[in-house]
Write a protein that binds this ligand. Structure first.
Ligand SMILES: NC(=O)c1ccc[n+]([C@@H]2O[C@H](COP(=O)([O-])OP(=O)(O)OC[C@H]3O[C@@H](n4cnc5c(N)ncnc54)[C@H](OP(=O)(O)O)[C@@H]3O)[C@@H](O)[C@H]2O)c1
Length: 246
């Protein structure tokens, strides 16, 4: 029996994650395993949109930072779905909690690192063995321009994303022989709830393309990295920022 092919997208209910779920379903006929943390209504809406494409969308509500929750939920899903395989993992869930480092609380530091970095560890650990066994898999990590150049007011976020960039490069070297690729996508300013309070007019002046990007534009790059067309790309960080930084 042919296996039912899934993509696991963390933080898939809104913003960039939602656009990625839609693109992977539409472009690759992948069923979607959609992780989110709290917004049930948003997750249900994406599920309906995926099902309208005649594909499955299973909702997995867990906090990527919580190791036991991640491993229990994913093990239970695998047990119930023995005829399915996770071929693509997009580690997209992330939060920001901006402020000057001198005033940054330990909570603010920890929550941002735990979501991006610990989240990467928890979720990737849960799916990697199966990918290695299958000698097939794509891991795509959503990082940020802040993780490459550093950004004032975002020391926690820059540290978290910078660490995931380094992990991407190291893991790619470990597992390349097994035909599993690991890449990172580094967006600049993208129109989502994360940036809705930003002064767009001020920042737009810094961006050569003179606008914020849309989630669908990031999703289209992720879709390429998830495809066979990207088979010789691994350990890379690909910028998508309207020319802001290169
Ligand atoms: N927007 C930008 O300009 C920009 C730029 C560079 C990089 N990024 C990165 O792109 C990714 C997506 O950003 P976005 O702007 O689309 O964010 P967003 O609109 O705030 O959406 C965040 C998504 O992540 C989920 N989430 C948050 N914390 C989670 C956790 N602990 N466990 C599981 N799910 C969690 C949310 O689920 P609930 O709604 O259920 O809480 C939601 O689906 C992030 O990694 C972000 O750092 C964004």
């Amino acid at each position: 029996m042919t296996k039912k092919r899934f993509a696991l997208v963390t933080g898939g209910s809104r913003g960039i994650g939602k656009a990625i779920c839609m693109a992977l379903a539409r472009d690759h006929q992948l069923n979607i395993l959609l992780n989110y943390r709290s917004n049930d209504q948003a997750a249900q809406l994406v599920k309906q949109e995926i099902e309208a494409l005649n594909l499955s969308c299973d909702l997995l509500k867990f906090d990527v930072a919580n190791a036991s929750e991640v491993s229990e939920m994913l093990s239970a899903w695998k047990t119930e779905n023995k005829e399915s395989s996770i071929e693509v993992l997009v580690n997209n869930a992330g939060i920001s909690d901006d402020g000057l480092f001198i005033f940054m609380s330990k909570d603010s530091w920890n929550s941002v690192l735990e979501t991006s970095l610990q989240g990467f560890y928890n979720v990737t650990q849960s799916v990697l063995k199966d990918m290695l066994r299958a000698r097939n898999g794509r891991i795509i990590n959503m990082v940020s321009l802040s993780g490459l150049k550093g950004n004032a007011g975002q020391v926690n976020y820059s540290a978290a994303k910078g660490a995931v960039i380094a992990a991407t490069k190291a893991l790619a070297q470990e597992i390349g022989k097994r035909k599993v690729t690991v890449n990172a996508v580094a967006p600049g300013f993208i129109n989502t709830e994360m940036t809705e309070d930003f002064d767009a007019e001020k920042y737009k002046q810094l961006i050569p393309l003179n606008r914020f990007g849309d989630p669908e534009e990031v999703a289209s790059l992720v879709s390429f990295l998830a495809s066979d067309r990207s088979s010789y790309i691994t350990g890379e960080v690909i910028n998508i920022n309207g020319g802001l930084y290169s």
